[in-house]
Each structure stands twice: as structure tokens, then as C-alpha cells.
Design a protein around this ligand. Structure first.
Ligand SMILES: NC(=O)c1ccc[n+]([C@@H]2O[C@H](COP(=O)([O-])OP(=O)(O)OC[C@H]3O[C@@H](n4cnc5c(N)ncnc54)[C@H](OP(=O)(O)O)[C@@H]3O)[C@@H](O)[C@H]2O)c1
Length: 328
């Protein structure tokens, strides 16, 4: 299978390293970062591209743009792993549309295009006879979308709720364990690389809300936008609130919840018993799903990370390979 890899940051490099380390029958024929690109139908030297990036250089040539790679490279699947833009989803959205129109499958870890334009992109993929896969957009390594679409097919989901943001979970875990203030725990999360310089997107619950929109629209048959999510972040939580929770054998977690029948999507800090399966530590994610046939299931795993997110992307690629590319 030949892929074009758009984005060579944490996730893109994780994918490249996994392709180099394992025999996955995947050849990268197009590669781009924000400033450069490479096209080689015989396969790009990924080790050399990783080395260039490691030295702080662009991965490819300045005269080849990401748009050139999407439009001109010869590939079966566009792997779109560039930064999320929650307002317009661009430029990723345009690149995904172009690839689908070229009858190329698309695998993405980018939440923007899926949260904003899924119905349109899905219709475009169907019209062109290709797959659009996005496992990595929700909960990193946890194969939640696959489980919901395949393993739990036929179930009616009455409620889906959980910890969708590892940065907030880390902050809350540290506040509870050490009595740290929100500001102290955030500073620690930044030092360890778990929080961005501007953490708004995580700590205000926006990241969790986007993941709810993706699940609601793509799995649960709802038609929602970010504005439909009732949202409260963790910035106003105090060590006293966590102490009060502990006095009742509870703790506080930022919980995202969807109740399809009520059309409700919400993200808020919630009191949960310390022994509840959703009380996971550090940067882990955890999601519980209530179903009619299978009962309640809880999925726990790493919600982010270079290798972990690459795992989800590669799972999608091999799904496509097993169903389409080899048989075509
Ligand atoms: N990191 C995770 O654990 C994780 C988990 C789940 C989902 N995601 C999602 O996966 C995507 C990638 O995340 P990441 O952590 O790998 O981000 P990142 O480390 O910031 O890397 C982004 C890459 O995209 C490149 N890029 C930026 N604008 C571009 C453009 N217009 N065209 C082509 N390439 C462009 C950047 O180029 P330069 O190298 O030149 O800057 C960089 O190589 C994001 O949408 C993120 O939300 C990430």
C-alpha cells in the first residue's frame, strides 16, 4: 500500500518510525510538513527524512508544497496528520476533499475536518468508492471508534461518557494527590510536555467537546456542532473542592457525556466515586459505553502520544489494506 503522509510532527514521525520498525507493506510515496514536501513513486527514505527533521530542517524540498503532494503524488491513502483547526478545519479540509476526489482513501488524526464536515466528506468518500477513517481523532490509542462501529454494531447506545482529555486528567490527578493548586498542576503539566503553552483548548474542555461532536455525528446518528456542547472546564477548581470530594471517598474528573435520546452533549468536572472505572490516573483516557445488548463496557488507554496515536492510524491503514487495496 502506498501512502502520502501530510504532517511530520509528533504523530507523522510516530507513523514513520512504526513503518520503519515493522514489516507493514506500507511505502510512503509523498511526504510534507508545513514548509516542504517530497514525492517519490519508488518510496521515500523515511530514516533520512526523520534525521533531517531531528536536525530542525524541513523534511523535504521547499519547492514542493503540501498541496502538490496531495494533488500530484501517486498513492492509495492520504494520511492527514496536520494540526487541528476547530474554526475552519483548513487547510486539512481542502486536502482531504482533493484526495477523496482523486479516489484516494483518507486516514486522519485531525479532529477539525471530521467534527466540522463529516457528512460532506463521508458522502464524497462514498461517491468515489473510498474509505474515510479517523480512529486517532478520539482517545489516541483506544480503538473506540472501531469498537463502536464494528464490535458493538447492532447495539443501541443509551449513554457514552468518560475522560477524553489527558491533560486535564493529569492536572486533576496531581491536584488530588498532592493538594496542588490548579496553577501549580498546570505548570507541572507544561514542564512534562503534557500541556501546550496556551492550554485553553484542553482546560476549557474544548478538546473533549470536539471529540463528543465526532462521536455523536459519526457513530450515534446525531447532527451536532461544538456550540451544542454544554461546556465547563477545570480552571476554577480549587484544592478545597478536591479535598471535599476526597472526604466523601470521591474525586473530580472532567467528564464528557453524550445521551443520544435526550440530544445532550456535555463536558464538565464531575464528582465520581474513587473506585469507579473512569477514575484513571495521569494522562490516561477512559470511556464507558452503556448499550442494550452488550451491557456496560469501559475502555481505558493512552489518549495521546506519538507511538500511541500512530497505532490508531496504522490500524486504520491496515483495515483499508485488508478490505480494499490488496483486493483491488
Ligand atoms: N500528538 C498526539 O498525541 C495526538 C493525538 C491524537 C490526535 N492528534 C492530532 O493529530 C494531528 C497532528 O498532531 P501532532 O501532535 O503530530 O502535531 P505537531 O507535532 O504539531 O505536527 C504537525 C505537523 O504538521 C505540519 N503542518 C502544519 N501545517 C501544515 C500544512 N498546512 N500542511 C502540511 N503540514 C503541515 C507541521 O509542519 P512543521 O514540522 O513544519 O511544523 C508538523 O510537521 C493534530 O490534528 C492533532 O490534534 C494528535
Amino acid at each position: 500500500m502506498r501512502i502520502a503522509l501530510l504532517g511530520f510532527g509528533s504523530v507523522g514521525r510516530g507513523i514513520a518510525r512504526a513503518i520503519l520498525a515493522k514489516d507493514l507493506s506500507i511505502t510512503v510515496t509523498g511526504l510534507a510538513d508545513s514548509r516542504s514536501g517530497l514525492i517519490d513513486p519508488d518510496g521515500i527514505d523515511l530514516a533520512a527524512a526523520l534525521a533531517r527533521k531531528g536536525n530542525g530542517d524541513p523534511c523535504g524540498l521547499p519547492d514542493t508544497s503540501p498541496a502538490d503532494v496531495v494533488a500530484k503524488a501517486d498513492y492509495d491513502v492520504l494520511v492527514e496528520v496536520t494540526p487541528t483547526n476547530v474554526e475552519t478545519a483548513e487547510p486539512a479540509l481542502g486536502h482531504i476533499r482533493e484526495a477523496l476526489r482523486r479516489h484516494k482513501h483518507v486516514v486522519t488524526s485531525n479532529k477539525g475536518p471530521i467534527a466540522i464536515a463529516y457528512p460532506e466528506l463521508r458522502a464524497l468518500a462514498e461517491a468515489n468508492g473510498v474509505f474515510l477513517k479517523y480512529e486517532a481523532t478520539v482517545c489516541g490509542a483506544i480503538p473506540l471508534i472501531h469498537a463502536l462501529q464494528e464490535g458493538l454494531a447492532g447495539n443501541t447506545i443509551s449513554r457514552l461518557y468518560g475522560v477524553f482529555n489527558g491533560t486535564c486528567n493529569y492536572i486533576l490527578t496531581r491536584m488530588a494527590a498532592e493538594g496542588l493548586t490548579y496553577e501549580q498542576a498546570l505548570a507541572e503539566a507544561r514542564e512534562l510536555g503534557y500541556a501546550e503553552a496556551d492550554p485553553t483548548y484542553d482546560v476549557e474542555g474544548i478538546d473533549a467537546a470536539i471529540k463528543l461532536v465526532i462521536l455523536a455525528n459519526t457513530i450515534l446518528g446525531m447532527q451536532t456542532t461544538l456550540a451544542d456542547v454544554e461546556r465547563t472546564g477545570i480552571t476554577l477548581l480549587t484544592p478545597d473542592a478536591l479535598q471535599l470530594a476526597e472526604d466523601q471517598d470521591c474525586t473530580i474528573r472532567l467528564i464528557g457525556e453524550i445521551v443520544p435520546e435526550a440530544g445532550a452533549l456535555r463536558v464538565s468536572p464531575r464528582l465520581i466515586p474513587e473506585v469507579h472505572p473512569l477514575v484513571v490516573e495521569g494522562t490516561l483516557n477512559a470511556v464507558s459505553v452503556e448499550t442494550d445488548l452488550a451491557g456496560e463496557l469501559t475502555f481505558i488507554g493512552k489518549g495521546a502520544g506519538s507511538t500511541e496515536t500512530a497505532s490508531a492510524v496504522i490500524g486504520d491503514l491496515l483495515y483499508i489494506q485488508s478490505r480494499h487495496v490488496q483486493g483491488s
